[in-house]
Design a protein around this ligand. Structure first.
Ligand code: SF4
Length: 315
């Protein structure tokens, strides 16, 4: 059994704890976006207020999981609203991350997809799977890749697929949807599921909903698309994960944690939130001497463990 971490972790304790032996897509992306951001997150610092899209997205997942289990609209809606009521962090004036908006979107979803050609085999699956010694670079054999899957389904004549439920505040344009072709999250899901089942799966059904309900009603609210990956793409994914582990080891050895070279990571942009550690990076002292609590940051109360399920990545 792993010991629960107590946050915040001091700079020295983080260093002495050694580099991690698990990576999930969110943590890997955070690290690849900006090693310094990873450092602050690993020490357990977060914004004092959870971004409103996070609990709203989780409530949306709850609603879809229950609906697709056949529990009916009312049960799906009330479980999602109950969750949202406990966790909601929407600011006054936010009309998107509300219970009313969730109910309306769910109502439109069940009208839009009144029946399905597939059946759910399982849902809300957390996973942790060892990286193979061959095919993922020179990584230690105890390293593993983790994550959580919304559902896996059987869809004749395709066979088995993963269903990934996404909610977004961005219009569902072709260019928005195209990003899934390049998503390492999807690579990881397919890689894991094939390892777990010992057989090829067809791909990932991207089940995307736009939570901004347009008044004119002309902009599509829902999109479904199947993402597939070939063996070459999956082996590139594995090599990439192995390299991330090795780079993390390197930063642990040098304890350098460089800042990103892309300022959009700091200030945000379309579809990207600003960095929660922005204020820390403008201080005229070495970063290891900063106390983030003095600058308005808070600390997480528990470790991010997607393999134990729950969590939605980004917006
Ligand atoms: S503000 Fe920029 S450099 Fe600093 S941690 Fe955030 S992303 Fe990295």
């Amino acid at each position: 059994m792993t010991e629960e971490k107590i946050y915040p972790i001091s700079d020295l304790d983080l260093k002495q704890g050694g580099s991690p032996f698990r990576l999930d897509n969110s943590t890997r992306t955070l690290f690849e976006d900006c090693p310094r951001k990873y450092y602050w997150s690993a020490r357990g610092y977060i914004t004092p207020r959870k971004p409103a899209y996070f609990p709203w997205g989780q409530a949306w997942h709850t609603a879809l999981a229950l609906w697709h289990r056949g529990e009916g609209f009312e049960k799906a809606e009330s479980a999602a609203l109950e969750y949202l009521q406990k966790e909601n962090t929407a600011q006054i004036g936010d009309t998107v991350h509300t219970g009313e908006n969730l109910s309306e979107l769910l109502r439109r979803y069940v009208e839009y997809y009144p029946s399905e050609a597939w059946v759910v085999l399982g849902d809300e699956v957390g996973f942790e799977w060892p990286l193979p010694e061959k095919g993922s670079g020179k990584v230690h054999s105890s390293y593993s890749y983790t994550g959580s899957i919304d559902a896996y389904i059987e869809w004749p004549p395709y066979g088995k697929l993963i269903r990934e439920d996404k909610s977004t505040g961005i219009w569902l344009s072709d260019s928005y949807l195209e990003q899934f072709k390049h998503s390492s999250q999807i690579d990881g899901y397919i890689w894991y599921m094939q390892e777990f089942l010992g057989e090829e799966i067809f791909g990932v059904l991207m089940n995307t909903a736009c939570k901004k309900i347009a008044k004119a009603g002309k902009t599509p609210l829902f999109s479904r698309d199947i993402q597939r990956r070939n063996p070459e793409q999956l082996s590139e994914f594995l090599i990439g994960v192995g390299e991330s582990f090795l780079r993390l080891e390197h930063y642990w050895e040098t304890w350098s944690w460089p800042r990103t070279t892309n300022p959009i990571q700091c200030v945000g942009g379309i579809g990207r939130s600003q960095c929660p550690y922005k204020s820390l990076c403008c201080q005229p002292v070495p970063f290891t001497e900063i106390n983030p609590l003095d600058l308005g940051l808070a600390t997480r109360d528990k470790e991010w463990k997607p393999w134990e399920r729950w969590g939605q990545e980004g917006e």
